[in-house]
Design a protein around this ligand. Structure first.
Ligand code: 5GP
Ligand code: ZN
Length: 116
């Protein structure tokens, strides 16, 4: 565990969150500042700073993808559709450097990007 990392501290139970899904290797919780009607963050319990580091561990990456799909199912998003994204680095505005999938849905999500 990285004691400086906000999401490692959430995994450790040091910061309260609303957990919606958990496996041996992943945890999913509601974003504190939701950008859509449903906004859940899915993280590996092990610290990887971003999707590039996560992708170097294919089993961990698969677990995060499977958990993201399970969250979409559990939140009732699959019929109408949803979006899964990983902000990575400065151009994408990544704020927390513990990789996380944003699972967004529950209403029409608008254009894919604000700049186009
Ligand atoms: P990023 O910009 O790194 O892709 O996304 C970080 C996300 O973490 C943001 O959507 C932000 O609202 C969320 N977040 C930041 N701090 C907390 C927290 O303490 N609890 C929860 N549940 N979400 C957080
Ligand atoms: Zn971490």
């Amino acid at each position: 565990m990285d004691t400086e990392c906000l999401f490692c501290r959430i995994v450790a139970g040091e910061i309260p969150t609303t957990v919606v899904h958990e496996t041996d290797t992943t945890i999913a919780f509601r974003d504190i500042d939701p950008k859509a009607a449903v906004h859940v963050l899915v993280i590996p319990k092990t610290h990887y700073p971003d999707i590039v580091a996560l992708a170097a561990d294919p089993a961990a990456a698969a677990d995060v993808l499977a958990a993201s799909a399970a969250v979409a199912e559990a939140e009732g998003l699959t019929a109408d559709g949803f979006r899964v994204l990983f902000n990575t680095g400065p151009y994408a505005g990544q704020e927390v450097f513990h990789v996380h999938a944003h699972v967004l849905g529950g209403e029409p999500l608008g254009p894919m990007l604000a700049i186009r």
